[in-house]
Design a protein around this ligand. Structure first.
Ligand code: MG
Length: 246
């Protein structure tokens, strides 16, 4: 067999490299739209992340005018710049609906909390009204429950990667980045909904695939939806809620 010459190898490598480079589209950065300028909110460990300039404010500490319930105006109690679940009055829903979004929301369990398992500080943040990010008092993993039902779980689908929940009486924050699903003609998912979540600034769900509605495991052909907060018969407070549609 004839030995392959070094020149041939070098020439071939050069040709292959050129072909590879040629296939990569290089954007002319001057022709692309510039990113929108957004003023970041003030950050404080005590007060969470304040809304940036382009956010839709869903609760600013004053009233629940951005929210509804099944029976009309929400009966949850607004007090001291926060609001608290009034047990037995039902879930509340945002009036506005969103496609893909970034959501910031803060929640706290009372320091005199009682109950255990799923009845200890249970509430939930439902994305598009369908996909529940669990709210539960599971500080330090002391409240035993199923792992994909603890705080930070995509309910009954994915447990959180870690548990950075704070003690009852302290505020927690969720920063949630949600990608809406798309659908095939037969109403199955073409692309599933996906979610990334930070709890108290710590990554707990990393672009996780959502398999369907967390309540009944069905797929609903729904392109956009609001934020729903759950009345699960437990006292949980919320504050500083804002969303940026993406
Ligand atoms: Mg719940």
């Amino acid at each position: 067999m004839k030995p392959i010459s070094l020149t041939f190898v070098l020439f071939s490598t050069l040709l292959i490299s050129s072909a590879c480079f040629a296939q990569i589209p290089i954007l002319n950065t001057y022709d692309t739209p510039q990113p929108k300028v957004v003023a970041p909110g003030l950050t404080s460990t005590e007060n969470g992340v304040a809304a940036p300039s382009d956010a839709v404010i869903l609760f600013d500490g004053k009233d629940l005018s951005e929210w509804n319930s099944k029976n009309g105006e929400p009966q949850w109690a607004v007090h001291d710049g926060i609001f608290t679940v009034t047990k037995g009055t039902g879930d509340i829903y945002t009036k506005k609906e969103f496609f893909d979004f970034q959501l910031h929301i803060e929640f706290m369990h009372p320091s005199d909390i009682t109950g255990d398992g799923q009845m200890r500080g249970n509430s939930g943040v439902f994305l598009h009204g369908l996909y529940e990010i669990q709210v539960l008092e599971t500080y330090n993993n002391e409240n035993k429950t199923y792992v994909n039902g603890q705080a930070g779980a995509i309910y009954r689908q994915h447990p959180p990667l870690v548990n950075p929940l704070k003690k009852p009486g302290q505020w927690n924050s969720y920063d949630i980045i949600f990608t809406a699903p798309t659908f095939n003609a037969d109403k199955t998912y073409r692309t599933n909904p996906r979610v990334t979540i930070l709890l108290n600034g710590i990554l707990i769900q990393n672009n996780a695939v959502i398999y369907g509605c967390t309540s009944d495991e069905k797929i609903y052909e729904q392109l956009k939806g609001g934020i729903r907060l759950q009345d699960h018969g437990c006292v949980v407070s919320y504050r500083n809620i804002w969303v940026r549609e993406l």
